[in-house]
Design a protein. Structure first.
Length: 133
């Protein structure tokens, strides 16, 4: 097993795209679920969608949630609370940047790192330079 990922975005398309990119970088070795938009297909976040994504990729090694914006935190926290009441699973919500964090987390998970190691690597993704000086 590996650490699984849930990508939470206010946009379903963004969550799906980031999940696809991270999955390709991990060569399909990591369970990744997208939880984007509302149940009505609008922009926003949905506790139910996040909860379903957590169920879909539940892993004994734990799950890391990555978010697009700070306002998604409350929905993620509510979903985690409900999920962990029913499942004996470890879930961590990451402050990492969404795209870079998801890619780094997927790669780190694919090589067998622990939830803590995957979360730390994702968090450090914000330090990766995009441009060479």
């Amino acid at each position: 097993m590996t650490v699984s990922l849930v990508v939470v975005s206010h946009s379903a398309k963004l969550a799906e795209g980031v999940s696809e990119l991270a999955g390709q970088m991990a060569h399909g070795k990591v369970a990744i679920a997208a939880a984007g938009g509302t149940a009505e297909g609008e922009l926003g976040t949905s506790v139910e969608r996040i909860l379903e994504a957590l169920r879909q990729v539940a892993s004994p090694d734990g799950t890391l949630i990555l978010l697009d914006l700070g306002s998604a935190v409350m929905a993620a926290e509510m979903a985690v609370e409900q999920f962990t009441q029913l499942q004996d699973q470890r879930v961590t919500i990451s402050p990492a940047p969404l795209v870079e964090g998801a890619i780094v987390a997927a790669v780190e998970s694919s090589i067998g790192n622990t939830l803590e190691e995957v979360a730390d690597a994702a968090n450090n993704a914000m330090l990766l330079p995009k441009l060479q000086s």
